[in-house]
Design a protein. Structure first.
Length: 118
């Protein structure tokens, strides 16, 4: 293994500006297309999991005073949490599709430029 050659290639790759900038721009565009869907998916998923957990805790009489009112309220809140968790992925996919549609042409154009250079 020639460490001098590896080191030289590493240094040279840092100064290869044209291709590297296009690849970085492509990665940024890809992240920009996916970011809204990821933020929504994680945020909504966490909130609905907490709602589901609260409902379960009420229904199992871990929190609340243990009366039937709290039990029924726990079931209702738990069902809302289950519905929220269940629809999280389809909503995520729709938002992701929208982002890909919005930035798709730019990403494909930049990817084609990168592949045509090599």
């Amino acid at each position: 293994m020639n460490t001098d050659k590896t080191y030289a290639e590493k240094i040279a790759s840092e100064y290869a500006t044209k291709e590297t900038r296009k690849v970085v721009a492509l990665k940024k565009l890809d992240a920009k297309a996916k970011r809204p869907a990821n933020v929504f998916g994680y945020t909504f998923g966490i909130v609905m999991a907490l709602v589901l957990g609260t409902g379960m805790s009420l229904a199992l009489k871990v929190i609340g005073d243990g009366s039937n009112l709290w039990f029924i309220l726990g079931i209702v809140i738990g069902v809302v949490g289950i519905i929220g968790v269940s629809i999280n992925y389809p909503i995520y996919r729709k938002i992701l599709e929208k982002g890909k549609k919005k930035y798709g042409n730019d990403i494909l154009e930049l990817a084609k430029e990168i592949t045509d250079e090599n």
